[in-house]
Write a new protein. Structure first.
Length: 153
């Protein structure tokens, strides 16, 4: 990827994603990642300041393997984030009983700007958490570094 980046989450934010994923099991949970992007030593640091759970609007019989966001809910979220001085940096979702790697469906619906955090959920327990960015030139995902730090506004 031409612009390597790091996604900075606090430990409590990681736990929040894991709790939501376990609670949604066996369906996929989903939510938005809000924060600010800073350049530090030539590397983008995406500092997460807030997570917002969103409704999985996919049909109920498909929620166990896919998520979809309601366009109106997303538009309202983007307005709220902007008014608060934040940007939508990406989205998180769970993979029930599957690895924390993007699926082909994830790839087909991804945009290059966003970070996509995926948490694997095995038998109702949150497992590995990873983040991915789509390289629009190659159409492939590249793993993004996830760092847990104390978040300062």
């Amino acid at each position: 990827m031409s612009d390597p980046s790091q996604l900075i989450l606090s430990a409590s934010q990681v736990r929040q994603i894991e709790r939501e994923a376990a609670a949604a099991y066996p369906q996929e949970c989903c939510g938005a990642i809000l924060g600010k992007e800073r350049i530090d030593g030539g590397r983008k640091r995406r500092i997460v300041q807030r997570l917002e759970a969103l409704k999985n609007s996919f049909s109920p019989d498909e929620r166990y393997r896919r998520f979809s966001l309601d366009p109106l809910e997303l538009m309202q979220l983007e307005k709220r984030a902007s008014h608060g001085g934040l940007s939508v940096l990406g989205f998180y979702h769970s993979h029930p009983d599957h690895p924390s790697r993007p699926s082909e469906y994830d790839r087909q619906h991804a945009w290059g700007f966003y970070s996509y955090v995926i948490v694997a959920v095995a038998g109702g327990e949150a497992a590995e958490l990873t983040s991915w960015r789509l390289d629009e030139k190659t159409g492939t995902f590249e793993q993004e570094d996830v760092l847990q730090e104390r978040i300062m506004p």
